[in-house]
Every structure is written in structure tokens, then in C-alpha cells.
Design a protein around this ligand. Structure first.
Ligand code: NDP
Length: 513
């Protein structure tokens, strides 16, 4: 990866020299780029630029905007290797994780929102049941909010920042992305892509900086799309309350996996390994804890342990070079290490891994824990690392009870050959998404909403709500054929009041008590 300093958009005209973020490759410990920070004081200027650009972008209409996205989709295909290299260099994740969960996601999302924005945001004709309004033409219209602020985390620098900017722009908004200060390069590269693809200046800007830059953005934009930890999400919502700025929050998770005795144990064990270890466990919808019914517990644990021991970890080269990459934000290793230590201190056994490595790069070994219970942090708090605690349960009822014994409710998975039973269990789990015989794969079904219950979030991404949240709804009522004076208009008279009473009885009074 070149050490060139990428251009920071939007910070033109800053009086003092900007502070810098030194971007480190966590797999090697080497600084790979230096990025000028957009200070909180500069945010109003970026927002003003976005406000100036937004009406022209909106005026292009769905078709005009879709053309830019279609060109961007082609750009992503032509530049796939470059985008993957950028992501891998600032995250230390395996090549395939950048390819599938980031580049493929964003490339698909560009096409999806270009195609579906007109459908989700078309004017809706509304029929009313009210006898007082009948005969009028009622329409629901979705208008862009104006300027959207997207605040992103470090674990998926492309998908969870630029990915949310796509539907916001498709709806006709201008967007400012405040990426994690750990991983600003990928969203900046998207700025270069969009310029080449004809996006008008100022519609997409990136504001690299710390949490303070993010906080300043909350004060000035029309909507905040936040992805990050639950504690920061609460701060974002508090700050947004000052200006009544609406927010959508995609927060932390502690996703349970329930493996029933009748599950395909081979597939379930492969999935447990993959969905807990991919991205080195740094995925909001990682499998973070497993409950296995007693009859297949030993076999499941043996299979998982053998597979985890076989994973290759290290600094990623090209495709196929490693299975598990780095700890993207090195302080995260403190939390992962503390959860493992807490579990071991309370009686858990480590069957694979268990240690951190900070020899140049930052890694945590793929780790399997057994003899765990709900007194341990690893079963209750988000670990966000490559660990898999597995707990034996007597039946699926106990597994559901333990799954719900959590402040989080992002996703969950159930594993059984009986699809009807799987659905029944799924409906009793407190989570925004439950997959049966699968995990995480829902994330690329953009037609389905994805959002957390409980402390895992507010609102959702994807589906109709994933774009309508970036709009303000306007109700239009057109009255064309009407008398000079309606029945309910002033001045009141007993005759008309009685008429209204009879009408109410006729319309609402036909049922039985
Ligand atoms: P953080 O909450 O630490 O940070 C998220 C973003 O918020 C960063 O850009 C950060 O900037 C910024 N920020 C920090 N303080 C403030 C503030 N006061 N006001 C506004 N913005 C602020 O999360 P992480 O980056 O550590 O990401 C990991 C977390 O994200 C995990 O909990 C994970 O589960 C969650 N996540 C949730 C997803 C979902 O869809 N539900 C998807 C992906 C991750 P800076 O980096 O400079 O501190």
C-alpha cells in the first residue's frame, strides 16, 4: 500500500494547518497514510457546502441519480483490487472479508438502491375510512431531508459508512460521512469514485476526525445515521435531542446460536466457526455465544475445536493467504483478553487459542471456550473478537431463555432440521433478525430490514425503512368537489350536530357489544 496522503475533501479554506490522523495497518503496525482531520469548527462549512449542492442533486430525479450509481457500480468492478487493498491495509482483515462483506456489498447496494429508490419513495395514493374526508384525494409523499450525517465504526469501514450513504443519496440528500478515526481511507476512496462517476461537488463529503467532529456534525445536519457501540449511540442520541435531530442507531450485539439435537451438526459447526471468526469476530452480528442441546454437545464441541485449531492467522497478503486477520483497533484486545480471563477465573476451559499477540501486528488467537455460564462476561457482554463460548443446555426452552437473558437483541440463529420448530423458536427470541440454519446472510438481502431490538439499536437499515428514514413525509390532501360549507364547519347548529350523530351511528354503530 502506498504511503501517499489521501486528499481530504471539504476542508478547503481552513485557516490553521489541520491535525493529522496517522492511519496504521494493524496487521503490521506500520503507518500507511496520514490524513488531515476535519475539526469540529469546520463542520458548519461542510454542511453549508452540502446544503448548496443538495437541491441540484434532488432535481436530477431518480433516473439522473441512478446513472451516477450505475457508473459507480462499474467503477467498483473495474477497481475491485484497489478497493480491497485499501480496506485490507487499514483493517488488517483477510482479503476475502474485504471482497465479500464490503466490496460485494457496496457494489450490490449501488445497483439495488438505484433500482428500488423510485419504488420505495413513489407517491402513495391513500384511501381513508373516515366519512368526514371521503371524496378527497389523499397522497403520501417522501421528500429528501436535506443533509444526512453518517457516523461509522472501524470494523467495516466501507459497508457501515459508505453503505449507509448510498440510500441517503438515492433519496436525493447530500451526505457527510464521519468515518472512524481508525479507518478513514475507504470512505475517502469512495469520494474519488463518485467524482469520477459524475456526482456533483458537495453531495458526498468525508470528514475524518475524532468523536468531537462527529458530535459537531450532529448539531448541524438533518438526520444522523450512526453505527457503533451502544455507549456511544446513547451519547449520539443525547446530543441529537438538543436540536431534535432524528437518529437511526445500529449498535452492539451478543448474537446467540441455538443448536438443537436434530441439527445437521456438521453444517452447524462449520457455521459456528465461520460466523464467530470471520472478520476476526469484529462484526456486530457475529455469533458471540452458542447453546447446544445435550445429546450433540460433545460432538459439536469436538468439531468446532478441530476446525478452529486449523485456522490460519496472520497479516493478510493476497487472496487465500489467511483465514483470520488482525484486531483492527488494538485496544479491543484488552476487552477480548479480559473476557477470556474472567471466564477462565470462573471455571471455563480454553480448548483453542486464548492469547493475544502484539508483535508488530495486533492479533487475538481464534479461541474456543467451554464450561461457560451466564455469570461470565463472555456470555453477557459484547466481546467483539475471535472467541466462541459454547454452553450445554438441557433443551431448546432453556436455550431461548438464556438467549433472551441479554440487554442486546441484534440477531440470533437457530439450527434444526425441523423448519416449523425453527420458526417457532425464532419467534420467541428477542432479536431484530433470526435466521434458521444460517447466520449473517440476511445482511445482503437488502429487501429485508436489519435493525436491533433492545440495546442493539433504534430504526433499521435496508428494506423500505432503510431509505424512507432519510425522507420527511408529507401528506397532501386535495379537495375538488365540495359544498360551499361542510357539515362540521362553524357556526354549529343542533340540526347538523344531530346529523353528524346519525352518521356516526350508521358508520360505527353496527357492531354488537
Ligand atoms: P464507537 O462507538 O467507538 O465509534 C463509532 C463512531 O462514533 C466512530 O466514528 C467514533 O469516532 C464516533 N464517535 C465517538 N464518540 C462520538 C460522539 N460523542 N459523538 C459522535 N460520534 C462519536 O464504535 P467502534 O468504532 O468501536 O465500532 C464497534 C462497535 O460498532 C461495536 O459495538 C459493534 O457491535 C458496533 N457495530 C454495529 C453494527 C450494527 O449494524 N448494529 C455494525 C457494525 C458495528 P472515533 O473512531 O474517532 O472514536
Amino acid at each position: 500500500m502506498a504511503t501517499a496522503v489521501p486528499e481530504v475533501q471539504g476542508d478547503r479554506g481552513a485557516a490553521a494547518p489541520a491535525k493529522k490522523i496517522e492511519v496504521e495497518n494493524p496487521a503490521t503496525g506500520r503507518v500507511i497514510a496520514s490524513v488531515a482531520v476535519v475539526s469540529p469548527e469546520r463542520i458548519p462549512a461542510l454542511v453549508a457546502r452540502a446544503r448548496a449542492a443538495q437541491p441540484g442533486w434532488e432535481a436530477l430525479g431518480f433516473e439522473g441519480r441512478a446513472k451516477v450509481f450505475e457508473r459507480a457500480q462499474k467503477w467498483m468492478i473495474d477497481n475491485t483490487d484497489r478497493v480491497i487493498r485499501t480496506i485490507v491495509s487499514e483493517t488488517g482483515k483477510a482479503w476475502e472479508e474485504a471482497q465479500l462483506a464490503e466490496v460485494a456489498y457496496v457494489t450490490g447496494a449501488l445497483g439495488f438502491w438505484a433500482k428500488n429508490a423510485p419504488k420505495y419513495l413513489a407517491d402513495e395514493k391513500v384511501k381513508t375510512a373516515s366519512p368526514f374526508v371521503r371524496g378527497r384525494k389523499l397522497t403520501l409523499r417522501y421528500a429528501p431531508l436535506g443533509v444526512i450525517g453518517v457516523i461509522g465504526p472501524w470494523n467495516y469501514p466501507l459497508t457501515n459508512s459508505f453503505g449507509d450513504a448510498i440510500p441517503a443519496m438515492a433519496a436525493g440528500n447530500a451526505v457527510i460521512v464521519k468515518p472512524s478515526s481508525v479507518t478513514p481511507l475507504s470512505p475517502m476512496l469512495m469520494g474519488e469514485m463518485l467524482r469520477e462517476c459524475g456526482l456533483p461537488d458537495g453531495v458526498y463529503q468525508v470528514a475524518p476526525g475524532s468523536g468531537e467532529t462527529g458530535a459537531a456534525m450532529i448539531d448541524a445536519v438533518d438526520f444522523i445515521m450512526f453505527t457503533g457501540s451502544t455507549p456511544t449511540g446513547k451519547k449520539v442520541m443525547e446530543r441529537a435531542a438538543r436540536t431534535l435531530t432524528p437518529v437511526s442507531l445500529e449498535l452492539g450485539g451478543k448474537d446467540p446460536m441455538i443448536v438443537c439435537a436434530d441439527a445437521d451438526v456438521e453444517r452447524a459447526s462449520n457455521a459456528a466457526v465461520h460466523y464467530s471468526m470471520q472478520n476476526a469476530g469484529q462484526t456486530c452480528i457475529s455469533t458471540e455465544r452458542v447453546y447446544v442441546e445435550e445429546p450433540i454437545y460433545d460432538r459439536f464441541v469436538d468439531l468446532v475445536t478441530e476446525k478452529v485449531r486449523g485456522l490460519r492467522q496472520g497479516a493478510p497478503g493476497g487472496a487465500g493467504s489467511v483465514d483470520v486477520g488482525a484486531v483492527i483497533h488494538p485496544p479491543q484486545s484488552d476487552i477480548v483478553e479480559a473476557h477470556v480471563k474472567d471466564a477462565v477465573d470462573k471455571g471455563a476451559r480454553v480448548l483453542a487459542g486464548g492469547r493475544r499477540r502484539d508483535d508488530g501486528g495486533h492479533f487475538f488467537e481464534p479461541t474456543v471456550l467451554v464450561d461457560v455460564d451466564h455469570d461470565m462476561d463472555c456470555m453477557r457482554e459484547e466481546t467483539f473478537g475471535p472467541t466462541l463460548p459454547i454452553m450445554k443446555v438441557s433443551d431448546s426452552r432453556e436455550a431461548v431463555r438464556l438467549s433472551n437473558d441479554s440487554p442486546y437483541g441484534l440477531q440470533a440463529s437457530v439450527w434444526t432440521k425441523d423448519a416449523a420448530k425453527g420458526q417457532r423458536l425464532a419467534r420467541s427470541i428477542e432479536a431484530g433478525v433470526v435466521t434458521i440454519n444460517d447466520a449473517q446472510i440476511n445482511y445482503v438481502a437488502l429487501e429485508l430490514p436489519m435493525g436491533g431490538w433492545k440495546s442493539s439499536g433504534l430504526g433499521s437499515r435496508h428494506g423500505a425503512d432503510g431509505i424512507r428514514k432519510y425522507t420527511k413525509k408529507q401528506a397532501l390532501v386535495v379537495t375538488r368537489f365540495a359544498p360551499k360549507k361542510d357539515l362540521h364547519m362553524l357556526p354549529y347548529s343542533s340540526k347538523r350536530t344531530k346529523l353528524i350523530g346519525r352518521m356516526m351511528r350508521l358508520v360505527y354503530g353496527r357492531g354488537k357489544r
